[in-house]
Write a protein that binds this ligand. Structure first.
Ligand SMILES: Cc1cc2nc3c(=O)[nH]c(=O)nc-3n(C[C@H](O)[C@H](O)[C@H](O)COP(=O)(O)OP(=O)(O)OC[C@H]3O[C@@H](n4cnc5c(N)ncnc54)[C@H](O)[C@@H]3O)c2cc1C
Length: 639
């Protein structure tokens, strides 16, 4: 039975309180949230008149930003598409209609190439701009995207900018490049001579190398069955420098167009040789195995709450006496050991990789390397990658915008996550500038987030995280099965959703603990990056239950440009922090991106059906109400 619930909440902010009016049926579905800001009783009397009327604009005084109520059923076509002209609504419908055709989707790349040959480049570009490109891409360069960004902004939505130019290389070339860039010089010599250069020292201590952290030609084309993420293939150091430039342009574009509210997405595989990420990942996992060997239990040493003395005792019990040098590097605080290695040195540009990661051998007592020896050139390449990362984050810091590091395949992820955490420690000292990404389809996702939250708390830095389900599921499973290591993915879709919700709940309750303690809740900032309505509703409901308001600015939502507008725009217009992952780039060079969008949309037909039906309703509504020439003009202000 429908009922009206009014929940008045006062935020923690000193001068203003925030109020929410909640209307709808019990439970998360069908609720209409009225997030109102700048609450003052007199303003409230004059403005909140009829919460049942969905046209009510919940602004409460002249200066307050416009806020709409939020239908958490996400089924209000007017709210979903009020930022679009009627032509854009019709185009969206046609684009989705085309994405529903298996034949068109499967042959989309061939058709686009054919189109280019038949119509000529200029006409083809025009056709694309009027259709697919216009729907999914913001524009050709950082200047041409400004109108799109402004339009998003005026409807309460902020951009996560991504320069989506992708190389269109063949499978053979991708495999060749990847294998070449994933083998160390030592491995290459071994492969050509057939003679093993040196035995792997760590193998004597911790068993054979971990197969997942070594390239396999059959999976070297990392685009295999991946629709929702782009892939970089390493060519040389110069291309990595060019990628830095591109990311820097993105940072500047975001800073100029969004007054500091926007975000730039980066991928670590664009910034260095994959071999280094693979080797670093293997070191991290071997260090975890070492912890398990010495201390028992599983995972990171931080979770063991072990004092340095306990560690010394444990090593002595294993017959290792001379550990002085090793123990010098161990990172500790009052609560115990945080890391076995001085990881923060990793992002200092002079960190010597192969000499740092040594552990005492439990068999022979001597120190053994966890990382096979790197040549001088490889060490230099690692320092280059770290320098590029530092340059980007420093630029973001100077421009006062944020930078989000995407999550990639599990064989790179330990290194990506470690480097990102260390960047957080270095730069997130007063606010979250750097965000890491956690893929909740991974069995270890919850544990990883908890470990990193603990590190952030103990080392006193701001923790920023984007939570996603994950884009590489089929490839991950196929590779694990072929190479004979355990499947890293949750056994079912339901288990992934449960993992997502559990992880999000953990983050939210920690935010609440911070709030209750009078501490800065912004010490934990989360982006719910999902097109799944249930997940978005879950987050909204938890925010409401826990007492986290949009004005706390700790939770935001993210969807791709041109996908699930019926979620993003109502959220933004209702005063929630809402983002669109916004690609840009010249038409010809974003064709692979467009191709992937078509594939991805084919895979989510249920969502497309809902979007199509809302688009049709909106077209009908505009025809009936004579609003065919409706011009979208928003007066919303993103939070
Ligand atoms: C703003 C934004 C940023 C993103 N950044 C990243 C990123 O950095 N790294 C990354 O990997 N992905 C990223 N993604 C993609 C994301 O991981 C998902 O692939 C995509 O969004 C679909 O998940 P969903 O929650 O939106 O929707 P849903 O429709 O709920 O999820 C569908 C997806 O769940 C998957 N799934 C997960 N676990 C299982 C399982 N056990 N069994 C079966 N299917 C399962 C399916 O493959 C399917 O693609 C991002 C997405 C967005 C919107």
């Amino acid at each position: 039975m429908a009922f009206l619930r009014a929940v008045i909440r006062h935020s923690n902010s000193r001068n203003t309180g925030n109020i929410y009016l909640l209307h709808g049926t019990k439970g998360a579905r069908n609720q209409i949230y009225y997030p109102l800001i700048n609450y003052c009783p007199s303003a409230l009397r004059s403005s909140v008149t009829n919460p049942l009327n969905s046209n009510v604009t919940a602004s409460i005084n002249e200066n307050a930003p416009v806020r709409d109520p939020l239908d958490t059923n996400f089924s209000d076509p007017k709210a979903a598409f009020k930022s679009k002209t009627t032509w854009e609504v019709v185009r969206a419908y046609l684009v989705y209609q085309m994405c529903s055709s298996s034949w068109l989707v499967e042959n989309n790349m061939k058709l686009m190439k054919l189109g280019k040959a038949v119509f000529g480049e200029k006409l083809f570009c025009q056709i694309m701009k009027l259709t697919f490109y216009g729907h999914f891409v913001a524009g050709e360069d950082q200047y041409k995207i400004v109108p799109t960004l402004q339009r998003l902004q005026s409807f309460g939505v902020k951009p996560i900018l991504d320069y989506s130019v992708e190389e269109d290389i063949s499978q053979e070339e991708a495999e060749q490049r990847e294998v070449d860039a994933s083998l160390s010089e030592v491995e290459k010599k071994e492969a050509s001579s057939g003679v093993k250069a040196k035995p792997d020292e760590a193998a004597e201590v911790l068993g054979a190398p971990l197969p997942q952290y070594h390239v396999d030609k059959n999976f070297a084309d990392r685009r295999y069955k991946v629709a929702s993420a782009r892939t970089y293939f390493y060519l040389n150091e110069a291309t990595c420098e060019r990628n830095v430039e591109t990311f820097q342009n993105c940072l500047h574009a975001v800073a100029n167009a969004t007054y500091g509210t926007g975000i730039t997405a980066i991928k670590l595989t664009a910034l260095g040789r994959p071999q280094l990420l693979l080797q670093l990942s293997e070191v991290i996992m071997r260090a975890r195995n070492f912890v398990t060997e010495v201390m028992g239990g599983r995972g990171n040493v931080i979770g063991q709450n072990l004092s340095k003395d306990d560690l010394i005792k444990k090593l002595k019990e294993r017959g290792i006496q001379d550990t002085e040098k090793f123990l010098e590097k161990v990172v500790v605080d009052a609560q115990g050991v945080i890391h076995l290695f001085p990881w923060s040195g990793l992002i200092d540009e002079n960190f010597g990789l192969s000499e740092t990661f040594r552990v005492p051998s439990l068999k022979e007592g001597r120190m053994v390397r966890l990382l096979s020896q790197l040549s001088q050139k490889e060490e230099e390449m690692f320092r280059n990658m770290v320098r590029r990362l530092n340059t980007l984050v420093r630029t973001a810091e100077e421009l006062d915008v944020r930078i989000m590091v995407d999550a990639e395949q599990t064989y790179f992820q330990p290194a990506i996550s470690r480097l990102t955490l260390e960047l957080m420690q270095k730069y997130n000292t007063e606010k979250a500038i750097v965000f890491n990404t956690y893929q909740c389809y991974l069995r270890e996702a919850y544990n990883e987030v908890v470990t990193d939250l603990n590190q952030a708390k103990r080392q006193k830095f701001y923790f920023g995280a984007k939570l996603v389900r994950g884009a590489y599921i089929e490839q991950e499973r196929a590779r694990a099965s072929a190479l004979g290591y355990p499947d890293p993915i949750n056994p079912s879709y339901e288990a992934t959703s449960e993992m997502y919700h559990k992880t999000l709940t953990e983050c939210l309750s920690r935010i609440k603990t911070l709030k209750d303690a009078g501490d800065d809740p912004k010490k934990i900032a989360i982006m719910v990056a999902s097109h799944n309505e249930d997940t978005v509703r879950f987050a909204l409901q938890k925010m409401d239950e826990i007492g986290i308001s949009p004005e706390d600015k700790v939770i935001c939502f993210g969807q791709l440009l041109g996908m699930c507008d019926y979620i993003t725009f109502p959220l933004g217009q209702a005063g929630y922090s809402a983002y669109k992952y916004t690609p840009y780039g010249p038409v010809n060079e974003v064709l692979p991106y467009l191709s992937r969008r078509a594939m991805e949309n084919k895979g989510v037909l249920k969502k497309i059906e809902k979007e199509k039906s809302l688009l049709l309703s909106e077209i009908a509504r505009r025809l009936k109400s004579g609003q065919i020439f409706y011009r979208p003009r928003g007066n919303y202000r993103p939070i």
